[in-house]
Ligand binder design. Sequence first.
Ligand SMILES: [Zn+2]
Ligand SMILES: [Zn+2]
Length: 775
Amino acid sequence: MSGSPSKVATKARLRIEVKGIVQGVGFRPFVYRLARNLQLNGWVRNTSGNVAIEVEGPEEGVSQFPALLKEKAPPAARVQEVTTRKLPAKGESGFAIRKSQAEPGKYQPVSPDLATCPECLAEVFEPQNHRYLYPFTNCTNCGPRFTIIRDIPYDRPLTTMSRFTMCPECQAEYDDPLDRRFHAQPNACPKCGPSLQLTDLDGALLPGADPLREAADLLLQGYIVAVKGLGGFQLACDATNQKAVARLRERKRRPGKPLALMMASIAEIEKHCYVSPEEAELLLSPNAPIVLLKWRKDISNVTPLVAENNKYLGVMLPYTPLHHILLRYAARPLVMTSGNLSEEPICQDNDEALRRLHGIADYFLLHNRDIHARYDDSVYLVERDTARAIRRARGYAPSPIRLPFRARQVLACGAEEKNTFCLTRDEYAFLSQHIGDMDNEETVEHFENTIDLYQRLFRVQPEALAHDLHPEYLSAKYALKYAAENGLKTIGIQHHHAHIVSCLVENNFREPAIGVAFDGVGYGSDGNLWGGEFLVGDWGSFERAAHLEYVPMPGGVAAIRKPYRMALGYIYSLLGPETPLDDLPIMSKIPAAEADIIKAQLERRLNSPLTSGAGRLFDAVSALAGVRGQVDYEAQAAIELEMLAPDDVAHFEPYPFAISGDEKPAVVKLKELISAVVKDVRNGVKPGLISARFHLTVARIILETCCLISRQSGRKTVALSGGVFQNRLLFHLAIDALEREGFQVLSHRVVPCNDGGISLGQAAIANQQINEGKE
Ligand SMILES: [Zn+2]
Ligand SMILES: [Zn+2]
C-alpha cells in the first residue's frame, strides 16, 4: 500500500421489500448477483408475503439498488412494488441467501407456467449436454409452475415433483446461488426426472427406445397422438394431411371450429402466415400463446380443413422441450388441439386420458409428472398493434390483475360460456384460467376444484359472492348454494354491466363512461335477452341508455344454433308477417315442416323470447346473405360473414337505420336495414359486399348512438366490450369512427372482451357496491 491517506466512503444500509411474482422465478440468485456486482453486503430471503432484502455498502451502490431490482429483474419476474427503509450500517460482510421464512396467513402471487427459455433450449439441442433431447428440461426462467403447485410456499415438496429425488448433479445446481437452476423446483435431468412412455389406445406400452421419435413417425403416417403437455392433454396430427385432420374432427365431434396449430419457429410460421413484429414478439414471449395470424393460403400447405372459411390460423410455437423435439422430428406443422371431446374440459391424468380419449387418439404419449391444474393454451390476437386476450390461460393465469383500490375478499363466479371466476383481496384480482362452457358435469367439477385451489393458494375466504342474474346459469346456482351454505352475501350483477366494468377496470377508468356491450345474449334487468346494449355507468351502477330493437328468437336457444330462425324472426317482426319469403334463397335451406313451426312460433309468440342481441343480428344477416343458416360452433355465422368482407370496405355504402331517441332508453330501429339486406339478396348482390355494407352499418350504429348519448350525458369516453368485438373488422371500424368524432375509446387487452372477462367486472362491481353500502 502507498502512504497516501485512504478514503473512507460513507456506508449506507437499506431494508427492501419486493412484492409481485418474485418467487420461483430466479429472483434471489438475481439479487445475489446484483449485490455482488455492486459490492454490497447483506442478505435476501423469501417470506410468505414477499422477498425481503437488506443491503449495505457504499452510498452510491445502495441508492441504485432498488431501481435496478425492478429494471433488471429476471424475465419471469413481475415486480409490482419495491418499498425501502433506511437502517444504520452494521459493518456486515458477505452476501447471504437466507432460509425462507413462513408467515401465517400471508400469500404470494404464483407464477404461470413459462415457455422454455433460450438457454434451456440450447442445452436440449446440444449433443454433448447431459440434458440433450431431455423433454423435461427447465430452469428458474422457464418451465412448469402453476400446473404443478399444490400449496404455498412454492417448494418442491408441495409440487407434483415431490416424487422425484434429485440426483447429485441436479442437487448441486439447485444449491448453487450462481446457477440458473438455483432453487428451480421442477429441476430434473434424464437420470432423476420424469420420463416418457408411448402406448397404444389401450394403454399397452410400445417397445422402442425413443417415444418422441416414434410419436413423430406415427404423426407422419397420419395417426392421431394424444400428447400429455403442461396443463393437460393435446391431440396432435399432421396439419398438412387432410385425411388425418378430417378423422380428428369426426372423432372429436368438432366439425367446423378452427383447430390450433404448432409450428417449429417464426421462420416456419412465415411459410404459412403473415407475422407482424408485434405478433412475433407475442409468439416468442415466455407466455407463448396461440396467436390468430393472417393465413397465406397462396403458399401454405396446411389443409384448408384446419380452419374452413377463415382468413386466420391459430398458431403457437413449441413451449416445452417435449414440443420442441416433437416438432423438430415431425418437421411440419402439427395440429395441437385440446385433448377433450367437444366442449368438455381438457384431460389431465394418464388414466383419465386413456379413458376419455379412447377412440379419439390412436396412440398416447404419456409422462409421469402429474398435472395438478388443468390449463388450456391461451389465445390472443394483435389488433391496432396491441396484443389482446381471447382466451386467458397458460402463461397468464394465475398472475393477478392489479386493482387500483384495496379490495375486499369476494368471489365472482363469472358467466356460463367461456367461464372464468375471479377472487379479490388486497390490491389483487386473481382471475382464473379459462374454465370452459358450464354445460357439462366435468366442466362444473373443474370450476369447483379450481375455485378450491385458488382459495387455498391465495388464502381467500370470501365475504360475498357475485353472480350473473341469469337464473339458469350453473355458475349463478353455484354462487347461491355456496353463499347459503356459508351464510354469505350474494350480489346479482347484470351481464352487460359486468362486461363494461371489466373494460373500465383494466383501463383503470373511474368516471362514468358510455359502455357499448355487444354480444350474443345475456340476461337483462327486464327479463329479456339483452346483447346490443348502450349503457352509461361506472363501477357501482348503470343506466341502459339505448339498445338494438327487440326481436323474437323463435325457438329460444334453437335460434342460436340455427341462424335462419333469427332471419325469419327479424323479417317477421320488422317487415311484417305478410312479407313474401319464397323467393329468398334462405328458404330452400329450411325444411318445410320447420318453416311452418317457426311461423307458428312467431305468430303466437310461443317459445320466442325477445332479444336485442347484436350477435343475433349478425346471425340473421349471415343467414339471409346465404353464408350460414346453421352453426356447429359459437359465432360461426358471424365469423364467416366477417371473413367474406373485402380487406378495404371504406368505399362501400352503409345500410340505412334509425334511432328513436324519444324513447327511454333509445331504440335502434332496424327495419330499414333488414329491408335493404333483403333487397340486396333479391338482387343477387354477393355476400362479401353485403358483409362489407353490414359491418359499416353496425359501426355507424355504434357511432351515432354514442353521439346521441354523449349529447344527453356529457360523456366523451366509450368502453367497448362483449364477444362481438372479437370481430376485427367491426372493432377497427368502430374505433376509427369514434376516435374521428373525438371520443376516447377504451378496449380490452388483459382480459377477453368475451364472457371470459365477465368475472373481473362482477368482482369490481361487488366490491364497489359493498363499499357504498348498497349490499
Ligand atoms: Zn430455462
Ligand atoms: Zn438429475
